[in-house]
Ligand binder design. Structure first.
Ligand code: SF4
Length: 378
């Protein structure tokens, strides 16, 4: 057993679990069913709970989702977290049914634009307080606070994320709300390591939720995540984790098994990293899917992209495949080629440039055409 000196973080209670302050590293996952499909969502929550998930997160984007959460709560004892996007006011409806509220600082700009973000966070912290909920400030590479992003050169994605997280921590502290953790996620494990190390050295007392976003299809998705976790958990950073894998719902328990497996391996000294990841080869990133997926064909498409592009594996090209319009357009910006899926069409992008929308049966040849051109131009 390796003796890892954990960062002395604050204890944060999430339902029946306490993270931070030397407690066991908690493992989380997220549902990918439509939240309004109560039976399917409860079934998936239960599958994750039975697989050992300490907390299960559910996305809520509408009043209908929020109403469904009350019913879901009554059918499970799992610790639940709600994932809010733009409509932060939904927190008021869902908070009585959950143990944790996750908000993304970058998403607080799209709704009630005239209102400063501080007012919105004050509202969220008040709701969390009244309903015995913890919070997570979830900063994500694909949706960073636009004000922070515009201050720095586009080649620096770390500083805007870090500044945004630190600013929200300072503000929550000024409200005397300290029952929160922070996450700083990117699809590149090296960036996840860098930004989390920087945050932990600046605010070592704040618990961190670790994750590599859009890690993709196993086994690659597990390997990418392992690389980041080994370097962070191995240095005492991280109080809770999620492994984001692109797998069908029936296999979502694999996210928990992978997370627990990586933690166990690190504590047993079975580490394999210290290499830079995928700097000279094809890198396919794909989101783990969630209730926002607009067409279930997305998971199959991610698999097809992986096998179709096999021939290009020696090229340092990043292809991103995302499941919805909420995060898809932003999170494909940094990829060489990006696909984000709508209900009927798949949107194809080259960097930030939109190339068009194609049917699910037309997209692969179009992608191949663009990939070939990219390889030819290099
Ligand atoms: S890209 Fe959309 S579908 Fe995929 S995990 Fe993110 S929010 Fe969910």
């Amino acid at each position: 057993m390796v003796d890892i000196k954990r960062n002395q973080t604050r204890a944060v209670k999430i339902g029946t679990v306490v993270i931070g302050n030397g407690n066991r590293i908690a493992v989380q996952s997220m549902t990918a069913t439509k939240t309004t499909d109560i039976d399917a969502t409860v079934k998936l929550v239960q599958l994750m709970h039975d697989a050992g998930a300490d907390v299960v997160r559910i996305a809520v984007d509408s009043k209908k989702d929020a109403a469904a959460l009350g019913e879901i709560r009554s059918q499970t004892t799992a610790n639940l977290s709600v994932d809010l996007q733009e409509n932060y006011r939904l927190a008021e409806i869902v908070a009585p049914h959950v143990d944790k509220i996750r908000y993304n600082p970058g998403h607080l700009y799209h709704h009630e634009t005239e209102k400063p973000w501080q007012e919105k966070v004050r509202f969220l912290a008040g709701i969390a307080e009244q309903n015995d909920c913890a919070m997570r400030v979830g900063v994500n590479c694909g949706s960073v606070d636009p004000e922070k992003k515009s201050k720095y050169d586009s080649s620096d994605s770390i500083t805007p994320m870090l500044e945004s997280a630190l600013e929200h921590c300072d503000f929550l502290d000024s409200l005397d709300f300290t029952r929160y953790c922070v996450s700083l996620k990117d699809s590149d494990p090296a960036k996840v390591v860098e930004v989390n190390q920087k945050f932990a050295s600046s605010r070592p007392e704040i618990p961190l939720h670790l994750g590599v976003t859009e890690a993709g299809i196993p086994p690659d998705g597990v390997i990418k995540t392992r690389i980041a976790f080994e370097q962070l958990i191995g240095k005492g950073i991280g109080d809770t984790v999620r492994v984001s894998l692109t797998v069908p719902n029936v296999r979502k328990g694999e996210e928990i098994a992978a997370g627990q497996g990586i933690i166990d391996d690190i504590y047993a000294g079975r580490v394999r990293s210290v290499v830079e990841f995928n700097t000279n080869s094809l890198n396919i990133i794909s989101c783990p899917s969630c209730s926002r997926v607009e067409n279930e064909a997305f998971v199959d498409l991610a698999e097809q992209v992986k096998s179709m592009t096999e021939y290009a594996k020696e090229h340092a090209i990043t292809i991103a495949v995302m499941g919805c319009r909420v995060n898809g357009p932003g999170e494909t910006d940094d990829a060489d080629l990006g696909l984000w899926c709508g209900p009927k069409v798949v949107n194809l992008k080259k960097g930030t440039e939109a190339l068009g929308a194609y049917g699910y049966d037309e997209i692969l040849p179009k992608l191949k055409q663009e990939l070939d051109q990219l390889i030819g131009n290099r």
